[in-house]
Design a protein around this ligand. Structure first.
Ligand SMILES: Nc1ncnc2c1ncn2[C@@H]1O[C@H](COP(=O)(O)OP(=O)(O)O)[C@@H](O)[C@H]1O
Ligand SMILES: [Mg+2]
Length: 259
């Protein structure tokens, strides 16, 4: 199995706060890996470094064997890393299909001024982008909403659109940050089916997720962070039985009750 992503002894400090401390793990091609841990464990910080939003303080990140931690994010996306954001990044004033086209644009460099005139079918290239966007919407069960303004969507549909936009860049590695947050039971199971289908289409996936049932059912491997440190790594079954993990989660629950 080829290693796609390798995180090597990453430390990130924000002033006096140590958000990640000497964290190492790897993601193999074709895997779904879960990065879990209580609030403030450093999960989003790790995602921000993998997508080069900011550099690590120490350590290195390799993608396909190449060091990427010092690259600006506009150079990392074309290598094949895409992500969703915990606080969604869809363009609210654009339609559903236009949002997907923005994702495609990252890859095809299709002129954005073409996006709005797309339905007029001005060029064959634009027509092709439009049809591909509709295929992606179908894949995410959003095709009937293609001409709706993103601002009119429910949270569940917005999360699907955020996922579709990131998928449209045709990434090798997709980072999903709390993609099921705020979803109800049936939306969560739809999301879990979609994540598996995206993996089957050839995309490797790293997820940060609080819903333990979801994580346990879709992940091949889990990496557990607590207060910036990696406290465990293993299969869902191993992690469920891991005492350090149970203690970290129980500790977090007790703290929440006190607060
Ligand atoms: N941009 C930032 N500036 C300062 N501190 C930050 C920043 N991002 C995260 N932190 C701090 O780093 C720690 C880990 O946060 P985060 O990675 O968001 O955790 P998680 O996603 O696991 O809940 C927290 O103490 C948080 O306050
Ligand atoms: Mg977070």
């Amino acid at each position: 199995m080829m290693t796609l992503l390798q995180v090597e002894s990453i430390t990130k400090r924000f002033g006096g706060v140590v958000a990640n401390s000497e964290v190492s793990f790897s993601v193999d091609e074709g895997q779904i890996v879960g990065l879990i841990g209580p609030n403030g464990a450093g999960k989003s910080t790790m995602f921000n470094m993998i997508s080069s939003i900011f550099p690590p303080t120490e350590g290195s990140i390799l993608f396909c064997g190449k060091k990427i931690d010092l690259l600006p994010s506009y150079k990392v996306a074309p290598l094949g890393i895409s992500r969703t954001f915990q606080n969604l990044q869809v363009f609210k004033n654009m339609t559903v299909i236009e949002n997907v086209m923005v994702g495609q644009h990252m890859r095809t460099k299709q002129n954005l001024s073409g996006v709005t005139s797309m339905l007029l079918g001005i060029t064959r290239k634009e027509r092709k982008v439009y049809e591909e966007a509709m295929d992606i919407l179908r894949f995410f069960n959003l095709e009937s909403l293609y001409d709706q303004k993103a601002s009119s969507l429910s949270l569940g549909k917005l999360r699907l659109l955020e996922f579709a936009r990131a998928y449209a860049t045709e990434p090798k590695l997709l980072l999903l940050d709390e993609i099921a947050a705020g979803l109800n039971h049936s939306e969560t199971s739809e999301m879990s089916e979609l994540i598996k289908r995206v993996r089957e289409s050839g995309v490797t996936i790293l997820v940060v997720e609080h819903d333990m049932d979801l994580v346990m059912s879709i992940c091949d491997k889990l990496v557990v962070l607590d207060q910036g440190m990696k406290i465990a790594e293993g299969t869902p079954k191993e992690i469920q039985a891991n005492e350090a993990v149970i203690a970290a989660y129980l500790g977090a629950e007790i703290e929440e009750e006190v607060v």
